[in-house]
Design a protein around this ligand. Structure first.
Ligand code: FMN
Length: 313
C-alpha cells in the first residue's frame, strides 16, 4: 500500500464499534429486493472492502411485515460476513416516489412517522444491524422540512430554522428513545440548498448531535465538492463525518482524510463500477480499477425502473 493511502485503511472506533477502514458504501437504491438472493449478493459485494455499508433508502412502513427481522438478519449477516459494519438508511414513506410534502402532513401523520422510525430501528437492531440512518438529504421529505421554500407550516415545525429542523430532530430522538445506544445513529443531510446556507446547516447539525447522532453523512447536491463541504462540519461537530460525492480519487480521498476534512469517504458510483476499488487501492493495483466515468447510466437504470448496475461493464 502506498503510504499516502494508508489513512484510508486506518480503523475507526465509533461508540465501541470498529470500522476496519474509512471507506463507506453509501445508500444506493438498486431495485433488487434487499433480502432476495440477488440483493444479498449485491450487498455482500459492496461489503467486500469497505468498513461500513449503508443499505439503500428503505421505507419505515415496510419494517416488520414486508421486512421481517428474520429476512433482514440475512442481509446483516451477508454484510458482516465480509467484514464490514452494516447500517440501513430509513426513509419516512413506503416508497421514494410517494407524494408527500411538509405542508400536507397532519400532526397525526407526524406522530405516526416518528413511531414508524422507532419501530424500524428496533427491527434493525433485532436483525443484528449496527446502525440506522434517517434520509434527510437530496430534497426528499425530511430535507423539505428544512427548506423555507417547501415548508410553510405554522405549527412549530415551520418558520424559524430551529422549527424547520424539528421534524428531523424528533426522528432522531424517537430512534434514540427506542434503541438507546444499541445502534449507531447516522444522519444524512445535504449541506446547502437553494434556500438554506451552510451556516443554517451547521446549526442544524449541532441540534442533531444534541439529539444523539453518532455520525453525520454529508451528501451535497450533485456536482459539489464533497470533502470541501464536509470540512466545516468536521471542524465543529463532536461526531465523525462522512463525505460523499466524487470521492473516488484515492489520492484526493486520502488527502481529505489526512487534512481532517472528513473522517470517512463514501464511494457510490465508483463501487457500482468496481466493488474491488478498496482492495485494489490497498494492494497498489490502482491501474486495475474499473473507473467510473460518471456517465450516470446507473441512475438511468434506476429512473427507468431497471436493476442498477454499471452501464459500462
Ligand atoms: C443508483 C443510485 C441510487 C442511489 N440511491 C440513494 C439512496 O437510496 N439514498 C441516498 O441517500 N442516496 C442515494 N444515492 C446517492 C449516493 O448515495 C451518493 O450520494 C451519490 O451517488 C454521490 O456519490 P458518488 O459521487 O460517489 O457516486 C444513489 C446514487 C445512485 C448512483
Amino acid at each position: 500500500m502506498k503510504d499516502r493511502h494508508r489513512v484510508l485503511f486506518s480503523p475507526l472506533n465509533i461508540g465501541g464499534r470498529i470500522l476496519r477502514n474509512r471507506l463507506v458504501a453509501p445508500p444506493m437504491v438498486q431495485l433488487r429486493p434487499i433480502t432476495s438472493p440477488a440483493g444479498l449478493k449485491w450487498y455482500s459485494d459492496l461489503a467486500g472492502g469497505t468498513g461500513l455499508v449503508i443499505v439503500e433508502a428503505t421505507g419505515v412502513p415496510l419494517f416488520g411485515d414486508t421486512l421481517s427481522v428474520q429476512k433482514l438478519a440475512r442481509l446483516a449477516e451477508a454484510i458482516h460476513g465480509q467484514g464490514a459494519l452494516a447500517a440501513v438508511q430509513l426513509f419516512p414513506l413506503a416508497h421514494l416516489k410517494e407524494p408527500a410534502a411538509p405542508d400536507s402532513l397532519s400532526a397525526a401523520d407526524i406522530i405516526l412517522i416518528l413511531e414508524q422510525f422507532a419501530h424500524a430501528a428496533k427491527i434493525c437492531r433485532d436483525a443484528g444491524f449496527d446502525g440506522v440512518e434517517p434520509h434527510g438529504a437530496h430534497g426528499f421529505l425530511i430535507n423539505q422540512f428544512f427548506m423555507p421554500g417547501k415548508n410553510h407550516r405554522t405549527d412549530g415545525y415551520g418558520g424559524s430554522p430551529d422549527a424547520r429542523g424539528r421534524f428531523a430532530v424528533e426522528i432522531c430522538r424517537s430512534i434514540k428513545q427506542a434503541v438507546s445506544d444499541d445502534l449507531l445513529l447516522l444522519y444524512r443531510h445535504t449541506p446547502t440548498g437553494d434556500d438554506y446556507s451552510i451556516d443554517d446547516s451547521l446549526a442544524f447539525a449541532h441540534s442533531l448531535a444534541d439529539a444523539g447522532i453518532d455520525i453525520l453523512d454529508v451528501s451535497p447536491a450533485r456536482g459539489r465538492v464533497a470533502a470541501e463541504l464536509a470540512a466545516p462540519f468536521k471542524k465543529t461537530l463532536p461526531v465523525p463525518v462522512i463525505a460523499v460525492g466524487g470521492m473516488e480519487d484515492p489520492d484526493a480521498a486520502s488527502e481529505a482524510l489526512a487534512e481532517r476534512r472528513c473522517d470517512m469517504a463514501a464511494l457510490g458510483r465508483a463501487l457500482i463500477a468496481d466493488p474491488l476499488w478498496p482492495e485494489k487501492v490497498r494492494d497498489e493495483r490502482i491501474d486495475e480499477i474499473f473507473q467510473c466515468v460518471k456517465c450516470n447510466g446507473c441512475f438511468e437504470y434506476l429512473h427507468a425502473g431497471e436493476q442498477v448496475s454499471c452501464a459500462q461493464r
